[in-house]
Design a protein around this ligand. Sequence first.
Ligand code: DC
Length: 228
Amino acid sequence: MYQKAIAIDGPSGAGKSTIARRVADRLNFRYIDTGAMYRACTLKVLHEDIDPDDEAAVSALARKIDIRLDAEEGMPLIFMDGENVSSAIRGSDVTTLVSKVCSYAAVREAMVELQRGYAREGGVVMDGRDIGTYVLRDAALKIFLTADPRERGHRRFVEWQQKGIGLDMTEEDVINDLIRRDELDSTREIHPLRQSEDAVLIDSTAMTIDQVCDAVIELWKERSVEVL
Ligand code: DC
């Protein structure tokens, strides 16, 4: 039994969220940003002034936090304990700490339960690091989206400059931060970033957003006829 779901995994800055959102729009699926959930937990750790190294305290907080994904006029929103934290979770304080917070088993368990709950409600495009390998192992289509690290860093730098985020960082800082997080996310013990054996690899280094979206939609058309 396959799920009516597209799992998109890959390293930071490969364009997963942009692609996932557009594909979801085109297929009338719901977009689920799992990285935003780990970011919201991390923001809560900062708000509550909890020591991020205190696994027991962070885990207790993750079990009681109320996280809800929503959308307004096509823009994804995330609420943490009723507060709209969609912008706050993108800050560099959260970005620096999130790889640690999301490495704790209890944090991952709590978030995965929410993620699977969303998937049960109907068609989803879900992006993250462990969606194809763990969260939605039976997704009808799995994509592993990657790109050259320098290109990923460059894209993220340009995006942040446009949005006025992380203005204190140079392009080199952004590239180094992506590489540091990829290393942490790929080497952690629990559900590390890894390409699922049955995932289709897309390297977007020399592709436009439209080309990647078209490729994913084509794969979905073929795959959903085969297995759903
Ligand atoms: O995709 P992002 O940069 O917003 O993700 C934030 C962090 O959360 C990143 O360090 C990887 C982690 N993450 C994860 O471990 N598992 C997921 N399914 C999604 C994100």
